[in-house]
Design a protein around this ligand. Structure first.
Ligand code: SAM
Length: 284
């Protein structure tokens, strides 16, 4: 069942490359997540789509201002700051990459949010928090990195109080990878390895609700939101196609993993579903 241990070196490679860091800082403005576009909206406004996705998360958490939430895999803290400023939540972010945490703390101080958000080193399979500390928890496009999704879900369950809410957002296969057409698997599998996505080999749209139930949650909603994510996929592909062609011909392709994957993954986009799962820890 997967690697069963944290591949820190792999994650450092994925997020630490100069090309990747520059992309996330300059283009994505520190967010490391996709976007949500409503029907009829322009697909080209990527930053608006990212803010809208954060708003979807805040609405699904549906917690009152002052509630305490866990951000599992906080990156540079963009989502945590959105939850604090737009929804009045108190956020504890954990991440395993020191350079993401340093960035999160720096941006946090600049936004004068140190009293509402805190960031610390933590692997979400072994959370550095006591039982029942949180009213809510979320993972914005991070569970796919999980080497042991049942263990991660059990940890989210442990740190939530009875009645606490969990929201998971991110991509997954519609069913087991083995059921995908051989050509799709040939494109997908090296991508999963290169990006350190062991979770994508273990959970998928069909079994994630069962994994949540097995961890003790009641699943409130398993929303296939692919159509809201698809416009971002289309826009990013157009933006990346030409730069990737230039890098492929004249540069060093190994340094531009994100460019390469975005273009290659576009060819198998039908196999990727984007979900928002909302679950509750029963009150007993
Ligand atoms: C795609 S980024 C998303 C970051 C942030 N949620 C956002 O939307 O901007 C995935 C993040 O998960 C973190 N991560 C991966 N495995 C983790 C683990 N086991 N525990 C905590 N964080 C993890 C990575 O270091 C990275 O910062």
């Amino acid at each position: 069942m997967g690697a069963q241990e944290l591949d820190l070196a792999g994650l450092r490679r994925v997020y630490g490359r100069a090309g990747s860091r520059r992309f996330y800082t300059l283009v994505a403005r520190n967010a490391r997540h996709w976007g949500w576009t409503e029907p009829g909206q322009s697909k080209w406004r990527l930053w608006r789509a990212q803010r809208q996705l954060e708003d979807v998360l805040g609405r699904k958490l549906a917690l009152p201002a002052g509630a305490r939430v866990l951000d599992a895999g906080c990156g540079a803290g963009v989502v945590a700051r959105a939850m604090a400023t737009r929804f009045g939540l108190l956020v504890d972010g954990v991440d395993v990459l020191d350079f993401h945490l340093a960035e999160a703390r720096r941006l946090n101080a600049r936004a004068a949010l140190v009293d509402r958000t805190a960031f610390r080193w933590g692997d979400y399979h072994h959370l550095p928090f006591a039982d029942g500390e949180f009213d809510g928890a979320y993972s914005m496009e991070t569970l796919v990195h999980s080497y042991d999704p049942p263990r991660a879900l059990a940890e989210f369950h442990r740190v939530l109080r009875p009645g606490g809410r969990l929201v998971l957002l991110g991509p997954m296969s519609a069913g087991p990878l083995e059921e995908l057409p051989p050509r799709t698997r040939r494109v997908l599998k090296p991508y999963l390895d290169a990006h350190v996505f062991p979770g994508a080999r273990i959970y998928h749209a069909r079994n994630l609700p069962d994994l949540l139930t097995a961890a003790g949650f009641e699943v409130e909603e398993a929303l296939d939101a692919t159509r809201y994510y698809q416009p971002t996929t289309e826009a990013v592909h157009v933006y990346f196609r030409l730069p990737w062609e230039l890098v492929r011909r004249f540069g060093d392709p190994a340094k531009w993993l994100n460019l390469r994957s975005t273009v290659e993954m576009y060819t198998v986009r039908e196999a990727v579903r984007w979900y928002v799962h909302t679950a509750v820890k029963p009150s007993r």
